[in-house]
Design a protein around this ligand. Sequence first.
Ligand code: GTP
Ligand code: MG
Ligand code: NA
Length: 344
Amino acid sequence: MKKIRQPIIAVLGHVDHGKTTMLDRIRKTNVASKEAGGITQHIGATEVPIEVVKEIAGPLLSLWKGEIKLPGLLFIDTPGHEAFTSLRARGGSLADLAILIIDVNEGFQPQTIESIEILKKYKTPFIVAANKIDRIKGWKINENEPFLVNFKKQDQRAQQELETKLWEVIGKFYEMGFQANRFDRVQDFTKELAIVPISAKYGIGIAELLVLIAGLAQRYLEQKLKIEVEGPAKGTILEVREEIGLGTTIDVIVYDGTLRKDDTIVVGGKDEAIVTKIRALLKPKPLDEIRDPRFRFDQVDEVAAAAGIKIAAPGLDGALAGSPVIAARSEEDVEKAKQEILSQ
Ligand code: GTP
Ligand code: MG
Ligand code: NA
């Protein structure tokens, strides 16, 4: 049976431009404030159910005529620090869509450009969040307001200053070969990059950001997202992690099929393909960050794409972050999966 899976949405951008804070706003969490040195050092994953998207977006969602049929959005948080190029690339390569975050006061920075190069390489469609608009001189902050409502309340000087900063960003995109525009001035979303001004810290513009990302996924990616859910799962390892009482586990993004507790999995390792049986499938609660959950994981019997899941299984010590995970339900499947992994 074919079903529409959740789109995988990577959040990319220069260090401290507000990726984790933006996700915290959507999740109502405080992951960013607990990070060592205020720096994200791991790749994260959070499932945002469509009800939450609808709650935040409110009546704006009706801008996309036609119903949103997505079950939710699976967000991947990535580090912006220059040291973590491989984690950004991993996030970018997994994504169906991306949000590129730019601190509108700092403009383009080295990892902004690097992020754009990654998105270009994997041909990932993206939208831009121009963050920290609350820092513009004289900006009037009204928490959780849609951007267009908030913008109307600003005096002319503040409005003008934002426009100037946006023009600088638009100019930089032009130099990199992109037509970009403020989202409400975009005529054709397949040709122009949409920029949504936001304040991640105060929740301004998050409504429009979610409406755009959900609407774009629904309208342009429906065919790609329609998958045979019953098929054996395919995924990518985000992190290999020791967990007390569980031994070595892997955090995995499942992007295709269904992973079942009684599946055999073939996992990319340091020097070989590891074949093992799943001991437990541990799913973070909705809105929980897999790398820093507030609640206990749920033990589940199966999980359908797309999802972030922790897998406990024997023999994962040699597993390699970034490698594939392929579920197998027969000897033949195991051999095929091994070949597929070794050929990469
Ligand atoms: P890395 O993952 O380390 O690359 O950083 P990040 O992009 O996830 O940024 P993070 O969420 O850690 O935010 C960096 C700092 O900017 C924190 O002190 C946030 O509170 C602050 N910040 C984020 N968004 C906003 C915003 O909209 N307005 C203001 N004033 N500060 C913000
Ligand atoms: Mg971060
Ligand atoms: Na940070």
